[in-house]
Design a protein around this ligand. Sequence first.
Ligand SMILES: C[S@@+](CC[C@H](N)C(=O)[O-])C[C@H]1O[C@@H](n2cnc3c(N)ncnc32)[C@H](O)[C@@H]1O
Length: 242
Amino acid sequence: MILSHFLLDVFILKREIIITSDGSSTIHIPEWDEQYHSKHGAIQEAYHVFIKNGFQYFNELDSSTTNQNISILEIGFGTGLNAFITFIEAKKLNRKIDYFGVEAYPVSFDEVEKLNYSKTLESGQYDDVFSKMHNLSWEEKHEITKDFSLTKQKKFFDEIEAINQFNIIYFDAFGARVQPELWTELIFLIMYKALKTGGVLVTYAAKGSVRRAMQAVGFTVERLPGPPGKREMLRATKAINN
Ligand SMILES: C[S@@+](CC[C@H](N)C(=O)[O-])C[C@H]1O[C@@H](n2cnc3c(N)ncnc32)[C@H](O)[C@@H]1O
C-alpha cells in the first residue's frame, strides 16, 4: 500500500468547508493545512488552470474535429467543481464531452450541499446538474445531457489502467507537500499512457521536481502564468513525435 492509501485510510481526516478569496467555497483539511482549491479563489483557480489552459486550449488546437467528443480525465473528482465548470464551458463552445472522474474518497452529500458553486457561478439554469453529478452512481457511464457523459470511478490513481483514452487530464491531486508520492514518475507514466497522442495534462503545480518527473516519462512541458496567488503552473503534452 502506498503512503497516500495508508494516510487517508488509517486517519479519517477532518474536513471543513471554507470560503476562498473569490467568494467560492472549498474544503479545508486542518491536519494537513491543505485545501481542495487555492485559498486565493477556488473558481478562479479552476477556470485558469483547467478551463483556460486545458479545455479551451485543447479545443482551439482541435478545432478541425469539433464533431468529435473530447475525453477528459480528472485526477481527484472531489467537489465536482471542475466537472461542473467544464459542463458549462462545453455548452458555450458547443463541444461534446466524455468526462471521467477518479476519486478514492468521495465527498459526502452533506458537504456537497454546503458548496456554493451554483450560486457563485450564477448558473441558475444548471443548478440541478451539479447535484446530479454527485447523486449519480459510481462505475457507470451516465448521460447528463446528450452532449455530456460522466463516469465516476472510485479508486486510487495508481490503479488507473487506461491506454490512449483521454485528450485532456486535469491533474488536481493534493500538493506534493502532503502527498509527494502522487507527483512522481510512477504516477506521471500512468498519466502519459492514459493520454492519446497530442493530449495535454494541466496542473496548478509548478515545482521543478514535478516538471522533471513529467519530462522523464516523455512529456513536453510548458511553464505558464499561474492563477491568482501562484506565479506559474504546468502544461504537459504527449507530443506527436515522441
Ligand atoms: C486537491 S483535491 C481536488 C479535488 C477536485 N479536483 C475538486 O475540484 O474538488 C484532491 C482529491 O484527490 C483525492 N485523492 C487523494 N489521494 C488520492 C488517491 N491516491 N487516489 C484517488 N484519489 C485521491 C482526494 O480525496 C481529493 O478529492
